[in-house]
Design a protein around this ligand. Structure first.
Ligand SMILES: O=C(O)CCC(=O)C(=O)O
Ligand SMILES: [Fe+2]
Length: 483
């Protein structure tokens, strides 16, 4: 792979907990001792309030329907996804009785520690997810008691009917929490291992701003946020790119991933992609081969071949991932440019990094791509801050650097907190530096935790940091002992 530093962004596709690759598991282990800092660290940034006009998703049609014995209102749309065909999305309003939704929310709010900070399958940051059902088997008795009747009597029959898939089988249930100082979103992705996804809204609409969005096109401008009140269920299939971004407040959601049959759940496979020549299917197979997921052995040649076929059909995420596997830098640049021209966020970011890595006169162009990418990618906002701080591409401007790091941190890219902390430390504002390092450490940044050991920060170090630092020391000593 060509290698701009720091690392480029691969377009993701989710994988449930049980199928995590080794790299993810290692990241999860690093984060584990820091979790105790988490809750106290919320709301540290908060200096810049993000104000933006959110565009809401409007369904094309609304009707009364009877699905699997449930009667209610269903909204429905067919979305054009360039390069990947048409994709159907439905909202089953109030499929889950609001009283059940509020019992579920209360149960999840009472158990904040259930939300583990293991590495997320979309972006490898701390996930703040809770997996009560794994590979078709309940792992949590309380959630099983609360959810199983809804799943068996309502959700599964309604979805089987709506999708005309009589063998649809539940594979995973996941609760996700998006809270300040923790996770703020998930970048745009496919649920690559799930034939169909149902998202149950649990939080009241006035508890947060933002939420789940659909993004049928590569450009962030096509992003539309879905209005879900508690009890509403949004349903889409494997062929629709989507994500989450919460700008203010706190949101809880329950995600149900289904496969096409009980056998696919049992084997963890995705047979619905085989022989389907759609760009979305080819892209998702490419991800599976690249990472060795869902029954596929890791096979980079197959990954390349699938990405190439998908890219040739016009799929921008495939172009981006193919570029990262290309050894020929010019070919990589051609693919990145093709996707960047369609305003694909990760491709714009990677193109900017590629241009920057050349140390030529292309830095001005790199800055323009980075700025465009920052509209959708918090990581690009971070790099833009870095460019302003280091004076790359003629961008020297301390205030702008500060602002871009703030924006990036507020959108959940926590290395930006560490950079803000370093800036406070350089300004000798040690109390503020300690607070920001603690927030970054709580979000899983091991470098930030180490920085809390700086002698100037000692008076302001939160008490939980002491034990987390001791634990890190013990781990290091243990590693030496067994080495
Ligand atoms: O939290 C949500 O509403 C959806 C999250 C999501 O897209 C996922 O977990 O794959
Ligand atoms: Fe998803």
């Amino acid at each position: 792979m060509w290698g701009p530093t720091p690392a480029p962004t691969r377009c993701p596709s989710t994988a449930p907990l049980v199928h995590r690759c080794r790299r993810q598991a290692a990241a999860a282990d690093r984060v584990a001792p820091l979790r105790r800092l988490r809750r106290g660290a919320a709301g540290v940034v908060g200096e810049v309030v993000v104000r933006r006009c959110l565009r809401h998703f409007e369904f094309q049609g609304r009707r009364s329907a009877q699905l699997g014995g449930w009667r209610g209102v269903v909204e429905e749309s067919e979305l054009d996804t360039p390069g990947a065909g048409r994709s159907r999305v439905l909202c089953l309003r109030g499929l889950c009785p609001p009283a059940t939704a509020s019992v579920l929310r209360a149960a999840l709010e009472r158990a904040p520690e259930a939300f583990v900070a293991t590495a997320d399958s979309v972006d490898e940051g701390p996930s703040f997810e809770f997996n009560p059902l794994c590979r078709g088997k309940w792992q949590d008795l309380q959630l099983q008691a609360l959810l199983a009747p809804f799943v068996e009597e309502r959700l599964l029959p309604a979805l089987r009917d709506a999708l005309e898939e009589p063998n649809l089988a539940l594979s995973e249930v996941l609760a996700r929490r998006y809270a300040p100082g923790e996770r703020r979103g998930h970048g745009v992705h496919y649920d690559g291992h799930a034939y169909a996804t149902a998202v149950l809204g649990l939080s009241e609409p006035d508890a947060f701003r933002g939420g789940l969005y659909l993004q049928p096109e590569p450009a962030v401008e096509s992003r539309r946020f879905c209005d879900l009140t508690p009890g509403d269920v949004l349903l889409h299939r494997f062929d629709l790119q989507h994500g989450v971004e919460v700008f203010e407040g706190e949101r809880l959601s329950l995600i149900f991933w289904f496969k096409d049959s009980a056998n696919s759940v049992e084997t963890g496979s995705t047979p619905w992609y085989e022989g389907v020549p759609s760009a979305a299917a080819l892209y998702n197979l490419g991800v599976q081969y690249e990472l060795g997921l869902h029954g596929k052995a890791l096979d980079v040649a197959q990954a390349r071949a699938h990405y190439r076929r998908s890219a040739e059909l016009g799929h921008c995420s495939a172009m981006n991932n193919l570029a990262l596997l290309e050894e020929d830098v010019e070919a990589a640049e051609r693919w990145l440019r093709a996707a960047a021209r369609q305003r694909h966020g990760p491709a714009m970011l990677n193109l900017a990094l590629l241009l920057l890595s050349r140390e030529t006169l292309e830095t001005k162009e790199a800055a323009e791509w980075m700025r465009s990418a920052a509209a959708s990618e918090p990581k690009a906002a971070f790099y833009l801050g870095d460019m302003y701080e280091r004076g790359l591409a003629g961008l020297q401007d301390e205030d702008a650097a500060e602002e871009w790091f703030q924006r990036s941190a507020e959108r959940g890219f926590f290395p930006a907190l560490t950079r803000l902390a370093r800036r406070r430390w350089q300004q000798q504002r040690y109390a503020a530096a300690a607070e920001l390092y603690a927030a970054a450490a709580a979000a899983g940044d091991a470098e930030a935790l180490q920085c809390l050991a700086l002698p100037e920060l000692q008076p302001w170090r939160p008490s939980q940091a002491e034990s987390a630092l001791e634990e890190l020391d013990e781990e290091a000593a243990g590693a030496v002992g067994f080495g």
